[in-house]
Ligand binder design. Structure first.
Ligand SMILES: Cc1cc2nc3c(=O)[nH]c(=O)nc-3n(C[C@H](O)[C@H](O)[C@H](O)COP(=O)(O)O)c2cc1C
Length: 198
């Protein structure tokens, strides 16, 4: 948890999911101002539209925020990533596709990379490619879902075992109760697997 907030430069380990064409400057800035990581959802927007939202967000917050690019959805991935570098957006979240080809250039410019994954295999690939943070998203999540259909409760421990970079859980975690349920499940799974190892 501490590593995640340190890497992202935020106060609380809460990342707002980028909602394509929906999460605008007002939402992004208010999440970031509250100590989490707000996220603009580029969706299918044209680069000029995304640029405008980046400029508006910067005017509304001095805190770190991200732009989400859903790789298989955006027809303008390269242009938007160029804008992210140009405007020194601190974090990019890459989802719905292979992030590997885009990571080196972003990292060269100091952009932190969140990779949204739905399996341990994807998480390992993203870590190898240089991602800083993994968002492991179970099938309960809204938006674009993986055909693997792995649920949050089963996905998170597998991904946590597969990589050493910080991971954030997503999918069906809508309030404090579900967050605590996941935390308890995680602690229990760790405990049981330690017993199993004798
Ligand atoms: C309306 C809507 C649009 C979304 N669009 C995107 C998107 O463009 N890119 C993306 O990575 N995730 C998208 N998501 C998924 C969210 O970013 C987030 O990962 C997901 O909502 C978390 O699971 P939950 O809905 O159970 O909280 C979208 C979610 C919603 C509700």
């Amino acid at each position: 948890m501490n590593k995640l907030v340190e890497i992202l430069g935020i106060d609380l380990p809460i990342i707002q999911g980028g909602m394509g064409n929906i999460s605008n400057a007002a939402l992004t800035a208010s999440v970031s101002n509250a100590g989490g990581l707000g996220t603009i959802g580029a969706g299918t927007m044209r680069p000029e539209e995304v640029e405008e939202i980046i400029i508006q967000t910067k005017a509304m917050t001095g805190r770190p925020f991200a732009v989400n690019v859903a790789l298989s959805v955006s027809p303008h991935t390269k242009e938007i990533l160029t804008l992210i570098i140009k405007h020194r957006v601190p974090v990019v979240s890459l989802s719905a596709g292979n992030p590997s080809p885009y990571i080196p250039k972003l990292k060269e410019h100091g952009v932190k990379i969140i990779s949204v994954v739905a399996s341990p295999k994807q998480a390992i690939k993203a870590e190898k490619a240089g991602a800083d943070i993994i968002v492991a998203e179970g099938y309960e999540a809204a938006g674009i879902n993986s055909s693997l259909e792995t649920t949050t409760m089963t996905l998170i421990p597998q991904v946590a075992d597969a990589v050493s970079i910080p991971i954030a859980a997503a999918g069906g975690i809508g309030n404090g109760e579900t967050a605590v349920a996941l935390l308890l499940q995680w602690l229990l799974v760790r405990q049981v697997s330690r017993w199993g190892q004798g």
